[in-house]
Design a protein around this ligand. Structure first.
Ligand code: OOG
Ligand code: MG
Length: 255
């Protein structure tokens, strides 16, 4: 019998203290289902500390991300209010282990979304879309993990930064996305890199949450997944993601 509670505490402690830990798969073997149980238990610890669940994130929805991390399956993680960084704010590197940033698109839901749903039905539950960034921060040493390990570690999620909300019917088709460090482009991609169209990621989010017995709720944020490979954060950098037609979102990195 796997010690879900102990493993969840280990990962939650690593995130809380910003200290890397060994991959769980170094010492135990466990299934993907058990990995999601560990994730749920570790997020429950955050909720027990007063954090509020406010969304879900999709991972490995683009080829660029799958290639960068050497994994081929879509994954998902849970978001809480404490993970939200205000647009334009400064983050401190000592709150993270080895953070990386990726350009994303976020959806805000105005009503619950259950599965099955079509792309049109999914979009009818959307209140707004925004340029966004995810700060991922694997709690494992050297950012190395198996599929089960990264799922247990809440799909590496650490913070999200969401720009101004645009109308829900904004065009999301093949939009240029540019990630800049101090005004210099470091990653360039397209919204089409996200499963061909970001709304497909929203439909997958509805499917995966329903498979785990949950539902996407009203006022939740859904992060569609990185359109490009992630970039390591360095002190003193100002980071911006500009999405064609949607606008931009930024944050600063301090030591
Ligand atoms: C896993 C998280 C992947 C994305 O947007 O594809 C992810 C990782 O790369 O550590 O957030
Ligand atoms: Mg991501």
């Amino acid at each position: 019998m796997l010690e879900i509670t102990r493993l969840a505490k280990k990962l939650d402690d690593a995130a809380y203290n910003a200290r890397a830990t060994r991959q769980l798969s170094d010492t135990i073997s466990y299934s993907l289902r058990e990995a999601y149980d560990i994730q749920a238990a570790s997020i429950q610890r955050r909720l027990d500390r007063g954090e509020i669940r406010n969304g879900m994130k999709m991972g490995f929805t683009s080829r660029a991300k799958m290639i960068q991390m050497g994994l081929n399956d879509m994954i998902w993680g849970r978001l809480t209010d404490r993970m939200l960084v205000e647009d334009g704010d400064t983050i401190f590197l000592d709150s993270y282990v080895h953070p990386r940033v990726e350009p994303e698109i976020a959806f805000l839901l105005k009503r619950p979304l259950s599965y099955p749903c079509t792309a049109a039905e999914a979009l009818s539950a959307v209140d707004g879309v925004a340029p966004a960034m995810e700060i991922i921060d694997s709690r494992y040493r050297r950012f190395k993990f198996s599929l089960e390990d990264v799922v247990a570690d809440n799909a590496s999620s650490s913070s999200i930064v969401v720009g101004p909300w645009c109308p829900p019917d904004s065009n999301l088709d093949n939009l240029g996305m540019v990630l800049e460090f101090n005004g210099r482009p470091v990653q360039i991609g397209s919204s089409a890199a996200i499963l061909g169209h970001p709304v497909r990621s929203l439909v997958s989010a509805a499917r995966l949450t329903s498979e785990s017995g949950e539902r996407l709720e009203a006022n939740w944020i859904v992060m569609a997944g990185g359109a490009t490979a992630a970039e390591a954060l360095v002190p003193g950098v100002s980071v911006r993601n500009t999405v064609e037609g949607l606008g931009s979102v930024s944050f600063n990195v301090s030591q």
